[in-house]
Design a protein around this ligand. Structure first.
Ligand SMILES: Cc1cc2nc3c(=O)[nH]c(=O)nc-3n(C[C@H](O)[C@H](O)[C@H](O)COP(=O)(O)OP(=O)(O)OC[C@H]3O[C@@H](n4cnc5c(N)ncnc54)[C@H](O)[C@@H]3O)c2cc1C
Length: 136
């Protein structure tokens, strides 16, 4: 998949209309997990394109009084990084936010995130099978 970026930050991604080889859209739980998975697979030439200035997605953007996780927060975490620090069974938004910030730092994702950039288009390209796949 390639993605087209349009934003004031696009120069950080190779210029306006840049096409990203490994685009990850958004630095919410999904994007952070994707980034950790890419790094764990030995792939480090990727960018997580995040339109806001924060990480955490939902948990960064919703800070209303009483905002909290509606499932026990020891279950609302990545399987490979247990969240056992909650002050309550159903952690408040601030603690979920702290957890995702911790994950971003622990797994070294900060330098991969470009904030203030919005993916405006994406295309899927069929990949021709390589020789080994053709033979299989
Ligand atoms: C108010 C609220 C409360 C919730 N409470 C719970 C709960 O208690 N328990 C539960 O299990 N789930 C809850 N959810 C669901 C929650 O959204 C998911 O659990 C999870 O956080 C989703 O993560 P995500 O990364 O897939 O999406 P998001 O958290 O939405 O993150 C997406 C990110 O992508 C960025 N983005 C989007 N489009 C673009 C683009 N074109 N270019 C660049 N960046 C882009 C956004 O800015 C955002 O940071 C809640 C959702 C809301 C809205």
């Amino acid at each position: 998949m390639t993605a087209t970026v349009s934003s004031t930050q696009s120069e950080a991604l190779g210029g306006s209309g840049a096409r990203l080889g490994v685009p990850v859209i958004g630095a919410g739980f999904s994007g952070v997990c994707a980034g950790i998975g890419l790094l764990g697979s030995g792939i480090d030439n990727f960018r997580i394109v995040e339109k806001s200035e924060g990480v955490g997605g939902t948990w960064c953007n919703n800070t209303y009084p009483g905002a909290a996780c509606d499932v026990p927060s020891r279950f609302y975490c990545f399987s490979f990084e247990p969240n056992t620090d909650g002050s309550r069974v159903y952690s408040p938004q601030s603690e979920i936010q702290r957890y995702i910030e911790h994950c971003v730092d622990k797994f070294g994702l900060r330098s991969h995130i470009v904030h203030g950039a919005r993916v405006s288009e994406r295309d899927f390209h069929a990949v021709s099978p390589g020789p080994a796949e053709k033979a299989a």
